[in-house]
Write a protein of this length. Structure first.
Length: 211
């Protein structure tokens, strides 16, 4: 089977990202900085003159807003997928971890124990989330053999792909960055994932950090 290359992108910044508030399936839009990141990202992809066969996007607003800038720049239509949404964080959604520790300590404790099958009280377990994401990613790879595609999604989604490709598994704490609006390159061939380049932020204006 030919190699399929993915350029994976986490959406631009939201106000809740700044507050370190868990968004999950809640539909939070980009803030001003996130909208500027999306434009910088789109311009960088245009300058590189890379050829992409498709643009696949989470259906949540923050991902679609980020992808819309890319769509305008590259002339690619958005193909939205429910399966590319962020993890459903159950009782954690809308809270920071500090708030969860204070207000729902029993759920916070279970989360910290990292039980792969704990669903965060009505949310999605890590195991189920990983299965959803990697099934979707494999489907996209099989849909685009030998092609290069863009995927605009969420931090948790990219984390599942990185853990699978690196063989890290789901048990340990994350030890790699997932910046907003960075470029992350992975490839797929014959059931195997490989990380080519991760967390490239060279196209982003560092002065936006002051906003």
């Amino acid at each position: 089977m030919p190699i399929t290359r993915f350029c994976l992108i986490r959406h631009g910044e939201t106000d809740w990202n700044r507050e370190r508030r868990l968004q999950g399936h809640l539909d939070i839009p980009l803030n001003a900085r996130g909208l500027q990141q999306a434009e910088q990202l789109a311009a960088a992809l245009g300058r590189q003159q890379l050829q992409f066969a498709a643009l696949h996007v989470s259906e949540l607003t923050r991902a679609r807003q980020t992808a819309s800038a890319i769509s305008r720049q590259l002339g690619l239509p958005l193909q939205t997928h429910p399966a590319l949404k962020e993890r459903h964080y159950g009782a954690f959604q809308g809270r920071t971890f500090d708030e969860a520790r204070e207000h729902i300590p029993h759920i916070y404790r279970l989360h910290q124990e990292r039980d792969l099958h704990f669903d965060l009280q009505g949310g999605e377990s890590l195991h189920a989330f990983s299965q959803r994401i990697m099934h979707c990613m494999q489907q996209l790879a099989e849909q685009h053999p030998g092609e290069q595609i863009l995927v605009v999604s969420h931090g948790g989604v990219l984390e599942m792909v990185h853990r699978t490709a690196s063989g890290q598994g789901l048990n340990g704490a994350r030890n790699f960055p997932i910046p907003n609006a960075a470029l992350n390159w992975v490839s797929y061939r014959d059931g195997c994932w490989e990380i080519e380049k991760w967390a490239d932020e060279t196209h982003l204006d560092s002065s936006l950090d002051e906003l």
